[in-house]
Design a protein around this ligand. Structure first.
Ligand code: TLP
Length: 344
């Protein structure tokens, strides 16, 4: 039995067209600025986001960390949601590598309240770290992939600007947010100084992410990326996939959202499981298994035995993420396997 892999959209494999593009890509040493495919890709990525320049990086984490280190200096304060990926998952690199001081601004279901942001920005005082940067995340992973509206995004950015803060958007899945709200990723990017998006998630590339911003910002970020060990050689093999992704993989993610919705509604009917349907806005489904009376690890083990892979969000949840390899028929098959697993 072939496993149905719903752990993450990071599990997607490159398309045939991507593999062909790798085969034919013109390559050079990117550390010498001599890889034409990287140059073409970075220009195209900047264009898609409406930014002056872009930089190919190895991962979303590297893109976020490079941005943090470019915007701020050790000891500076970064305002961010404690449920954000940068705070919650990135191995403490915010503090241990960038040397920055986090100022948590809790969100509610992924949405930071404008009044909470205002209150979190402290007046300059000799005793406080210097507030330098606001980090936003859209879509918001730990709230179930919710998509912050352009209106709220603009309001939060406006407050940050009033107080002289720079703004970085962790837009690992910014295209999902844009699809959800019927706007463009460039609309979100226009409000921020830097934005990171991932090629390696719903866009189906094997690896890579992009950091975009002004020309000066990206020139500075290039140096920080190198400092992190992210200077690359024939990186055109990644960029070649990225070019295919930008052309072919963005709009198709609307199907992932539809499949997530179908999955969520049916999961909500399975005894022992429940889904807050209002949280299912893009390609993620957070499933509350607490009524089943078993631990998250045990539920995951039963799902695996039945042929479905999920990721753990203990103590009450597991997460499914839809992506290119999950079509409507596979959703149905996954549901029948989950039903079987929960009966056992
Ligand atoms: N998210 C992964 C896990 O790390 C949780 C996933 O499966 O969802 N920002 C956001 C919002 C992310 O969700 C992720 C990865 C990253 C940054 C980091 O990207 P990578 O894994 O490329 O370093």
């Amino acid at each position: 039995m072939e496993l149905i892999n719903l752990r993450s959209d990071t599990q997607t494999l490159p398309t045939e067209e991507m593999l062909e593009a790798i085969r034919h890509a013109a390559l050079g040493d990117d550390t010498y600025d001599e890889d034409p495919t990287v140059q073409e890709f970075e220009a195209r990525a900047a264009d898609v986001l409406g930014k002056e320049a872009a930089l190919l990086v190895l991962s979303g984490h590297m893109g976020n960390l490079t941005a943090l280190m470019t915007h701020a200096r050790p000891g500076d304060e970064v305002l961010l949601d404690p449920e954000s990926h940068i705070f919650y998952y990135e191995v403490g690199s915010l503090a241990s590598v960038a040397g920055l001081m986090p100022k948590p601004v809790p969100s509610h279901h992924g949405m930071i309240e404008p009044t909470d942001l205002r209150e979190a920005i402290r007046k300059r005082n000799l005793h406080y770290p210097v507030p330098r940067l606001l980090c936003l995340e859209n879509t918001h992973n730990r709230s179930g992939g919710r998509a912050v509206s352009l209106e709220l995004h603009r309001e939060l950015c406006g407050i940050a600007r009033e107080h002289g803060l720079a703004i970085h958007l962790d837009g690992a899945r910014v295209f999902n947010a844009a699809i959800r709200h019927g706007v463009s990723a460039a609309d979100y990017a226009a409000e921020v100084d830097s934005v990171m998006f991932c090629l390696s998630k719903g866009l189906s590339c094997p690896l890579g992410s992009v950091l975009a911003g002004s020309k000066d910002f990206i020139a500075e970020a290039d140096m920080r990326r190198k400092r992190l060990g992210g200077g690359m050689r024939q990186a055109g093999i990644i960029a070649a996939c990225g070019l295919v992704a930008l052309e072919k993989m963005i709009d198709r993610q609307a199907d992932d959202h539809d499949n997530a919705r179908t999955l969520a509604k049916a999961l909500n009917e399975i005894p022992g499981l429940s889904v807050d349907l209002s949280s299912v806005e893009t390609n993620m489904v957070y499933v509350d298994h607490s009524a089943s009376g078993v631990s998250t690890d045990e539920v995951l083990a039963r799902l695996r035995k039945a042929g479905v892979l999920a990721s753990a969000r203990p103590p009450r949840h597991f997460r499914f993420v839809t992506h290119r390899h999950i079509d409507a028929a596979i959703v149905e098959e996954a549901l029948s396997r989950v039903r079987k697993a929960m009966e056992s």
